[in-house]
Write a protein that binds this ligand. Structure first.
Ligand SMILES: C[S@@+](CC[C@H](N)C(=O)[O-])C[C@H]1O[C@@H](n2cnc3c(N)ncnc32)[C@H](O)[C@@H]1O
Length: 230
């Protein structure tokens, strides 16, 4: 079995996602109690992709997060470094230009995209700050970034219940539905180790993004961060 550790060796992370690829989307729906669909709708609204625009969906996995931008009429490139996830995506959406690439060394020219977005991916990237700078490099001046990531519930009593849910309930439920339950132990650990909302906003600013703001979803279980390229 493959489980990435919190020091996030890129080959371990890619191998872990290769293993969960086949049942990735169904497991998400079950574990998020259906909230994943609502979060994806909010990402689509925040990105606000328009016909004729070019959108990069980074760490796109099976491409589920990419489809809404293509549906809105934008030329959408799903990019990921797990070949297992890309293969699964290509089976489902053969028309999308799935591209193999590492978030810390993107295979795209400077200012190639109007918008860059990443859903439930940045937490897994081994070097977050390099990825944030790479995302800025490939975004046009005035273009936008939208990051959708697990975050920290803002209401203290709820935060406690949530941490309990994560620590105790997630791995046994994952055992029943996932092809690699160990990956969901990593999920719980990596969420706890991830910066809170102001912390991630600072990292975006330090990488050079401007007008950075965020919005909490489901009480802060997830946060959407947005920024603009200078
Ligand atoms: C939890 S999945 C998210 C997939 C998709 N965005 C979604 O919302 O369903 C995280 C993805 O990040 C990818 N990933 C992690 N580190 C990466 C990196 N350095 N470069 C590219 N992709 C990466 C993994 O391969 C995996 O497919």
């Amino acid at each position: 079995m493959t489980r990435a550790s919190l020091d996030k060796q890129p080959n371990e992370v890619a191998a872990m996602f290769d293993k969960v690829a086949a049942r990735y989307d169904i497991t998400n729906d079950v574990l998020s109690l259906g909230q994943a669909r609502l979060w994806r709708r909010e990402v689509a609204r925040a990105v606000d992709a328009r016909p004729g625009e070019r959108v990069l969906d980074l760490a796109a996995g099976t491409g589920t997060s990419s489809v809404p931008f293509a549906t809105a009429g934008a030329y959408t490139v799903p990019c990921d470094f797990s070949l297992g996830m890309l293969r699964e995506g290509k089976k489902r959406e053969p028309w999308m230009p799935f591209t193999a690439g590492d978030a810390t060394r993107l295979p795209f020219a400077d200012e190639a995209f109007d918008a860059v977005t990443i859903s439930f991916g940045l937490r897994n990237v081994h070097d977050t700050d390099t990825a944030l700078r790479e995302m800025l490099r490939v975004t046009k001046s005035g273009g936008r970034v939208v990051i959708c990531e697990f975050s920290h519930p803002t209401w203290e009593p709820f935060r406690k219940v949530y941490t309990e849910y994560l620590m105790r309930a997630l791995p046994p439920v994952a055992e029943a539905v996932s092809s690699n339950p160990d990956a969901y132990v990593y999920l719980a650990e990596s969420i706890r180790a991830w910066p809170d909302q102001p912390g991630l906003a600072r990292r975006l600013q330090d990488a050079g993004w401007e007008k950075v703001a965020w919005r909490d979803l489901t009480g802060g279980i997830v946060a959407l961060h947005r920024g603009f390229a200078p």
